[in-house]
Write a protein that binds this ligand. Sequence first.
Ligand SMILES: *[C@@H]1O[C@H](CO)[C@@H](O)[C@H](O)[C@H]1NC(C)=O
Ligand SMILES: *[C@@H]1O[C@H](CO)[C@@H](O)[C@H](O)[C@H]1NC(C)=O
Ligand SMILES: *[C@@H]1O[C@H](CO)[C@@H](O)[C@H](O)[C@H]1NC(C)=O
Ligand SMILES: *[C@@H]1O[C@H](CO)[C@@H](O)[C@H](O)[C@H]1NC(C)=O
Ligand SMILES: *[C@@H]1O[C@H](CO)[C@@H](O)[C@H](O)[C@H]1NC(C)=O
Ligand SMILES: *[C@@H]1O[C@H](CO)[C@@H](O)[C@H](O)[C@H]1NC(C)=O
Ligand SMILES: *[C@@H]1O[C@H](CO)[C@@H](O)[C@H](O)[C@H]1NC(C)=O
Ligand SMILES: *[C@@H]1O[C@H](CO)[C@@H](O)[C@H](O)[C@H]1NC(C)=O
Ligand SMILES: *[C@@H]1O[C@H](CO)[C@@H](O)[C@H](O)[C@H]1NC(C)=O
Ligand SMILES: *[C@@H]1O[C@H](CO)[C@@H](O)[C@H](O)[C@H]1NC(C)=O
Ligand SMILES: *[C@@H]1O[C@H](CO)[C@@H](O)[C@H](O)[C@H]1NC(C)=O
Ligand SMILES: *[C@@H]1O[C@H](CO)[C@@H](O)[C@H](O)[C@H]1NC(C)=O
Length: 835
Amino acid sequence: MSAWIMLSSWRGMLVFAFVFFVSISARAEATNLTSLANLFIGTASGANGGSGGNAFPGAAVPHAMAKVGIDVSTAPRQAGYISDNSSITGISLMHDEGTGGNTNGGYGIFPLFPLKNCTFESCPVGIGARAALRAAGADAATPGYFTTKFVNNIQIETTSTRRAGLIRFTFPDSEQNHIVVDLAHDLGRSFSGGSIAITSDGRVELSGSYGTDNYTAYACYDFTPPSSLSPQPIVKFGTFKSDSVSNTSSITVTPSDNSSISLSFPFTSSVSKIEAGGLLSFNASSITARFGVSFISSSQACANAEEEVPDWDFDGIREASRSSWETVLERVLVDVEKENTTVVELLYSSLYRASLVPANMTGENPYWTSESPFFDALFCSWDTFRTVHPLLSILSPVEWGGIVSSYVDGWRHTGYIPECRANTKNGYVQGGSDGMPILGDFAVKYGSRAQDLGVSTDSLYQALVDTAENTPPDWYRGDLCFLLFSVHADRNASTVGRQNTAWKTFGYIPTDWDDPSGSTGLATREASRAYEYALGDFAVRQAALALGKSSEDVALYANRSMNFVNMWDPNVTSDGFSGFAQRRFPNGTFALSPPDACSPVDPTPHSCARGDDNDTGFYESSSWEMSFFAPHSVATLIRLMGGTDTFINRVNHYFDKPYFQAGNEPSFNIPWIYHYANRPDLSVLRVRQVVFKSFNTGIGGIPGNDDSGAMASLLVFHLLGLYPVVASKQFLIGSPFVSSFTLVNDFLGTQTRFIVNGFDEATVTANPPNGSRLFVKSVVINGVQSDSLCVIDFDDVIGGGEIVLEVDGDAEAAQTRGCGSTGLPDSLETGGFAG
Ligand SMILES: *[C@@H]1O[C@H](CO)[C@@H](O)[C@H](O)[C@H]1NC(C)=O
Ligand SMILES: *[C@@H]1O[C@H](CO)[C@@H](O)[C@H](O)[C@H]1NC(C)=O
Ligand SMILES: *[C@@H]1O[C@H](CO)[C@@H](O)[C@H](O)[C@H]1NC(C)=O
Ligand SMILES: *[C@@H]1O[C@H](CO)[C@@H](O)[C@H](O)[C@H]1NC(C)=O
Ligand SMILES: *[C@@H]1O[C@H](CO)[C@@H](O)[C@H](O)[C@H]1NC(C)=O
Ligand SMILES: *[C@@H]1O[C@H](CO)[C@@H](O)[C@H](O)[C@H]1NC(C)=O
Ligand SMILES: *[C@@H]1O[C@H](CO)[C@@H](O)[C@H](O)[C@H]1NC(C)=O
Ligand SMILES: *[C@@H]1O[C@H](CO)[C@@H](O)[C@H](O)[C@H]1NC(C)=O
Ligand SMILES: *[C@@H]1O[C@H](CO)[C@@H](O)[C@H](O)[C@H]1NC(C)=O
Ligand SMILES: *[C@@H]1O[C@H](CO)[C@@H](O)[C@H](O)[C@H]1NC(C)=O
Ligand SMILES: *[C@@H]1O[C@H](CO)[C@@H](O)[C@H](O)[C@H]1NC(C)=O
Ligand SMILES: *[C@@H]1O[C@H](CO)[C@@H](O)[C@H](O)[C@H]1NC(C)=O
C-alpha cells in the first residue's frame, strides 16, 4: 500500500498535520536558493587533459529551448563557453548542456557581436577580425542571467524565456556603436545555406541550416524598443558578405538607403565558409536586442519574441526566470545555514543543471502536428535514463509527464521510442533503446495517475512493445527526414530502435553475423547492447505488471530480460577473477577480448565509442565495468561471479585498479552495488570517496561531460543518500551528506522530510574517520520501523511525512546487520520485483 494512500488513515492525518507544520517552516528558511547555484562548475576546458564538463553557464529557464551565452574562439567548446581567457566571437541563442562528441560544439546560432570606434563600411565584422578578449574576472552568472565585459569596456548582459529573450550591450559612450548579426557562423562552422532580412524599423529575420544533418533554425531580432523605454536610434544598417567563396576574409559591407535589405544563400550540400550577416549602427550607449527563436519559421520566431517578451522588461524577465528556478530548487530543502557549505553548493548547482534539459520545444516540431508536448535535446537517453529521469520522477512529475508524452509521441509518429534526438534530428543510438527504461520507470511510478500527467498508458505500453519486438532497417541511426516521407507508407521502415532480429534469434547479439532481414547498423558493441536490451525488456516487464497487462507479457519480457547471462563467458579470467561478459559468434563460441579493453587502464588503444573497431564489444566501457550491469538482477551477477565474498573483492578491485570510470555513465550504480551483497556499509564508504574524489565546486568539478545533467543528477542522489533502481520503485538507501532534507512533490502535494538522527559532520569527507557515524542503523518511515536498511519504496520517498534514519559509527555492527534480515534489494532471479 502506498504511503500517500496511508495518509488518509486517522493516524496518517496526525503525521501529516505534524509534517505539514515542519515543512512550512523548512520552506520559509529556504529562500534565494538560486544564489547558491554556481553555474561555472564544469566549465573548464577539456583541452590538454582538462576535465571538460562542457556545462552551459548562460541564461536559460528550466527546460528552455533558448539557452543564451557567449562563445569562445577555441575548441573544445561543446557548450560555447569555456572558463579561460580565450577571445569571444559572439553571444548566441542556443546551446547544448554538457554533451560530448562534437568538440566544436552544437548550436551557437545567430550570434551578435558589439563593435565600437569603426566607421560603418570598415568595421571588422568577420568572425576572426572581431573576436575580442573579455576583462579578467568579468564573467558572472546566476540562474536566468549572464553577463561579461570585454577588455574595451563593452558589457554584455542577457536573460531569457523559453523561446525568446533580451541581450543588452552597454558601451562607454554613444559614439559609433555597432552590432553585428552573424548569419554564417554556428559553433560547428557548419553553415550550408540561409538568409537574413533587415527592415528599417529595426527587425532582423534569419534562417540558417547547420550541422552534419542540416537542421534548419530561425531567429528574429528587434532593435526598436517600445517608446516607454529609452530610444536607441538606428543611424545606419546594412548587410555584409565575403566577396568570394575562395577568399572569405575579404568582406564588403553594404549599407541600406533605409529600405529593407536582405541576403540569401541557397542550400548547398557542402559547408560554406563564407562570412555573412547584418550590421546596425546606433546613436545610444545602451543597446538592447530582443530575440525569438523557432524551428518553424522566422515569423514564428518573431511571434515567440512578441508573446514571451512583450514589454522588453529586462529586470522583469530576469526575475521571472530566477523565480522559475527558485521553484525548481525548492523541491529539495535543506537548512543552508547549518549544513556543510560545499555540500549545499554542490547540491543546488547540480539541481540547477539537472533541469536545463531536455528542452521544451512544444510548438516547434518541424515534422508533425500533435497535441503532445515536444521535447528535444534528449541526448542521449543512454546518458539520462539512469539518474536524470529518476530525479524528475521524485521532484518534477509534471515536467516528466510532458517529457514522457514526447517520447511516446515520437513512437506514435515513427514507430519507435526516440533515443537521442537533438536539434530536431535523430542522433546515433549508443547501445540499447534507452528510452525503454524511462517509459518503464514512468509506468511503474505514475501509471495509475498517468492521465493527470497527460500520458496515455495504452500508447506508452504499445511504444514499449513495438520497440522491443520490431527491427528497423537501421537500428544505429535514424533520419527523421527520411521518416517523414516513409512512415505513413510503412511504419516499420523506420529508424532507431534495436536489433531485435538478433536478440530474438540468438538470445544474445552475435558478432560477425549477416542479418538476413537486411536490417543494418554499426555492427559493434554487441555485449553492451545485449546488457542494455535486457534492461529494456525488464522495463517492458515492469510496465506490463504495473499496467495490468497479461501474465504472458510479464513472463515473456521477464525471461528475455535475463538473456544478458548469454554474454557471460565463465572461462575468461582477469586479475584472478573469472567470468566476464564477452562477444559471441553466431555458433555460440565466445570471441575473446581483454576485459580491461576500454577501461581507464587499457594498455592498448581501442576505439571505444562509435568507432567501427569492433574487437571489444563494449560501448564507452570495459568488460570489467559492464559485467556489473544488470540492475534488475544483480543477484545473478553475484552468482556468476562466484558468490558474495568474491563479488565484494571484485568490486573493490574494480575501484582500486581503477577500472572505475567516474566520468561516464556505465559506472554510475557501481559504488552502490555492495548493497546487493548485503554490505551497505561498504557502499556508503565508497560513495563518500567517489563524491569527494570526483566532484568539487571548481570549474573542473565534474569528472566527465555533464551529459545533459546526468552527472548533476547522479551527484544529487549521492548527496541525498538515495540511488534509483530504474524501471522499478526501489531506491537504495545510503548515508546522506546532510543532517536533514525535505523532498517536495507539488503534483502529489507531498513533502517528505528525511532526518538523519546522529548525523556526524565528520563523515562529510572522502575518508570518514573510524568511528564517525556513517552507517545506517535503522529506518523509520512515518513511525513504522522498516524491514530494510538498504531499500526504500518510491511511494515512501515521495509519500509525505517523515523518514528517520539513525546512523552510528560501529563498522563491525554495520557489517553484521547488513540490510536487515529480509532487507536485500530486489533481483529478478531471486523472486524480486513481484509487484
Ligand atoms: C539573493 O542573494 C543574492 C546573493 O546574496 C543577492 O544578491 C540577491 O539580491 C538575493 N535575491 C533575492 C531575491 O533575495
Ligand atoms: C591565457 O591563459 C593561458 C593559460 O593560463 C596563458 O598561458 C596565456 O598567457 C593567457 N593569455 C592571455 C592573453 O592572457
Ligand atoms: C574608442 O576611441 C576612443 C578615442 O580614440 C578611445 O578613447 C576609446 O578607448 C575607444 N573605445 C573602444 C571601446 O575601443
Ligand atoms: C527610415 O525609415 C523609418 C521607417 O521605415 C523612418 O521612421 C525613419 O525616419 C527613416 N530614416 C531615415 C534616415 O530616412
Ligand atoms: C545536408 O544533407 C544532405 C542530405 O542529408 C547531405 O548529403 C549533405 O552532406 C548535408 N550538408 C551538409 C553541409 O552537412
Ligand atoms: C584575401 O583578401 C584579403 C583582403 O582583401 C587580402 O588581404 C588577402 O591577400 C586575400 N587572400 C588571398 C589568398 O587572396
Ligand atoms: C546622436 O544623438 C545626439 C543627441 O541626441 C545628437 O546630438 C547627435 O547628432 C546624434 N548623432 C548622430 C550620428 O545621429
Ligand atoms: C512546455 O511548454 C508548453 C508551452 O509553453 C507549456 O504549456 C508546458 O507546460 C511546458 N511543459 C513543461 C514540462 O515545462
Ligand atoms: C567487424 O565488423 C566488420 C564489418 O562490420 C566485419 O567485416 C568484421 O568481420 C568484424 N570483425 C569482428 C572481429 O567482429
Ligand atoms: C570453458 O572451459 C571448459 C573447460 O575447458 C569447457 O569445457 C567449456 O566448454 C568452456 N565454456 C565455454 C562457455 O566456453
Ligand atoms: C565459431 O565461429 C568462429 C568464427 O567464425 C570460429 O572461429 C570458431 O571456430 C567456431 N566455433 C566452432 C565450435 O565451430
Ligand atoms: C565541508 O566539507 C568539506 C569536505 O570534507 C570540507 O573540506 C569543508 O571544510 C567543510 N566545510 C565546512 C564549512 O565545514
